[in-house]
Design a protein around this ligand. Structure first.
Ligand SMILES: Cc1cc2nc3c(=O)[nH]c(=O)nc-3n(C[C@H](O)[C@H](O)[C@H](O)COP(=O)(O)OP(=O)(O)OC[C@H]3O[C@@H](n4cnc5c(N)ncnc54)[C@H](O)[C@@H]3O)c2cc1C
Ligand code: SF4
Length: 511
């Protein structure tokens, strides 16, 4: 195995790793990026629902196991840009209180070792980098921001505007979802987005979605000091004799093993794979896994309590780009329930082929088509709490994921409450809980919002990373994907991962 030496080795190019590369590339330091996937192909299938939703074209065909040893295919993909290639690009800040200790009906959501104020400047930078479009001061739970959104919001289509107005009339506070989409309503030449109906969950054929590949990796590929190796899966990290520094990164490419050396190594493989990599790198000095003296590596895995609701009424819904509105009025609870409940947002427009992916085989296409053409489709998120028993382990080199639902009371209330509100505003004569996501049937493979498996904190006994996301145990090893979250909040995680990667990048650039 030939050996090469770099200043930084970044492993993974998703929301964390891609954003970190953007921050470090201008330093001129020698950077090697190792990514197990390739560039996601631009092809007609990008926007084909059958391919994407029924055939899982962009998911890995790798198998993971649940706690009973049953195999499943995780809903995750390995590409340059990671899962931002298929995300809905809803780019939210956590709420200010999410950074402190919060009492939930199901337990306690622990405090972060940094405050919202400390992360705020990096949220602003991340919003600029990913060109977020939104409008401040409509969402009453939104934390104070030092600057306006870089661009104005993506406007609602008529049916959604109607619902927005109905909700406002009832005293609720709907607002525009902050979105990373390169759409200009005045249709300037620079507007790449065609405002299509295959965005949320799909790759963007015209590269108009702001993602870690398009906005961070590609623009830095021409830099002399940056080298990207795709289809390079990191297998383990080898420390020096003291166990205090990672000396070598071992990866496989084209069936061969390679070794490279870096002064600083940053893992950003996604919360499940980063934990798996640390566990796979156990050695004499780190018998339970690298940087795992706390025993916390792989533990406290979170993925949100998620549900979807289809509100079907006699009124057709011809909306094409639907993911424009959200409601946070119940984020912290309501008059009858004093604990957090969660967040409501529109989904991308559901069509018959998406419904068919979950519907029983006998459901006729015509019925599904009728349902989809009249439904308004919602995504509900509740916070799940860190539980050390919800964890990633490795057995015979295979990922095992153990997860038991928790903190469901507030989430269940929100699901019911939102159904009642939709009926109240006559937006739903029938409410159909989307079976794939309906709480009782949430499949384990829905790991899109994975986080928490290497949490950061002050105490090396209870956390894996310090405040700067450096491992407590290994002095030149960092983790910058969603693993660092001590709690999951109830909004989508990517902007927080991106902002944190910029914060850690600033620290690394000075080192
Ligand atoms: C369908 C869907 C919709 C979503 N919508 C939203 C949304 O609207 N808003 C939002 O905020 N979030 C959304 N998310 C979640 C969001 O995509 C993730 O939170 C985010 O991408 C996580 O970033 P990360 O850096 O932790 O991991 P990832 O983005 O998954 O990146 C991990 C990277 O590491 C690489 N990798 C893994 N293992 C190795 C290895 N051993 N060696 C080398 N490389 C490796 C992977 O290929 C990948 O490139 C969505 C997710 C899905 C699946
Ligand atoms: S709506 Fe715009 S950003 Fe989304 S997939 Fe379509 S063209 Fe791309």
């Amino acid at each position: 195995m030939a050996e090469e030496k770099y200043d930084f080795i970044i492993i993974g190019t998703g929301a964390g790793g891609g954003t970190l590369l953007h921050k470090l590339a201008p330093t001129g330091k020698r950077i090697l990026v190792l990514e197990r996937g390739g560039f996601l192909p631009r092809e007609k299938e990008n926007w084909d629902t059958v391919q994407v939703f029924q055939k899982d074209r962009y998911h890995t065909d790798e198998e993971w196991k649940d706690h009973k040893g049953r195999s499943f295919h995780p809903g995750t993909g390995y590409w340059v840009g990671g899962n931002t290639k298929v995300y809905g690009a809803a780019l939210f800040r956590l709420r200010e209180k999410d950074f402190g200790l919060v009492e939930h009906s199901g337990g306690v959501s622990p405090a972060w070792p940094i405050s919202y104020k400390e992360l705020e400047p990096y949220y602003t930078q991340a919003e600029k980098l990913y060109g977020v479009r939104g409008r401040r001061q409509m969402d009453r739970t939104e934390p104070k921001a030092s600057e306006e959104y870089p661009f104005g919001p993506i406007k609602h289509e008529p049916r959604i505007q109607e619902i927005h107005n109905l909700l406002e009339k009832k005293g609720y506070n709907p607002f525009y979802i902050p979105l990373g989409v390169k759409l200009h309503d005045d249709m300037l030449e620079s507007s790449k987005c065609i405002r299509c109906d295959t965005c949320d969950g799909f790759p963007c054929l015209v590269h108009a979605k702001s993602d870690a590949d398009v906005d961070c990796v590609r623009p830095n590929m021409t830099m002399q000091n940056v080298e990207l190796r795709t289809h390079a899966k990191v297998e383990c990290l080898v420390t020096d004799e003291s166990g205090k520094r990672v000396e070598t990164v071992v990866y496989s490419k084209d069936g061969e093993k390679h070794a490279v050396k870096g002064n600083t190594v940053v893992i950003s493989c996604g919360a499940v794979n980063s934990a798996a990599l640390l566990l796979a790198s156990a050695n004499d000095k780190h018998p339970d896994g690298l940087a795992n003296s706390s025993g916390m590596v792989g533990r406290n895995f979170m993925k949100h309590n998620n549900g979807a609701i289809l509100g079907i009424s006699s009124k057709p819904n011809p909306t094409v780009f639907q993911k424009t509105m959200a409601v946070n009025d119940f984020y912290w609870g309501d008059d009858e329930f004093k604990y957090p409940m969660g967040h409501v947002q529109l989904l991308g427009k559901v069509n018959k082929d998406m419904l068919a992916a979950d519907a029983p085989a006998f459901a006729p296409g015509l019925v599904l088509d009728k349902m989809a053409s009249h439904s308004v489709d919602w995504w509900i998120t509740g916070e799940d709490l860190p539980d050390p028993e919800n964890r990633v382990t490795l057995k015979d080199g295979k990922i095992h994921l153990h997860y038991t639902d928790n903190n469901l009371k507030g989430f269940d209330r929100l699901m019911k409450k939102w159904c009642d509100i939709l009926k109240e505003i006559e937006c739903a004569d029938y409410i159909v809980p989307h079976s794939l996501y309906f709480r009782k049937k949430i499949p384990l493979q829905a790991v899109g919002h994975q986080c928490g498996t290497a949490r950061f904190g002050e105490d090396p006994k209870t956390s894996v990373l310090d405040k700067n996301c450096r491992t407590h145990d290994v002095e030149n090893l960092y983790v910058v994907d969603g693993s660092f979250f001590p709690s999951s909040g109830a909004v989508n995680p990517s902007l927080t991962i991106m902002a944190n990667a910029l914060r850690v990048g600033e620290h690394l650039a000075k080192s």
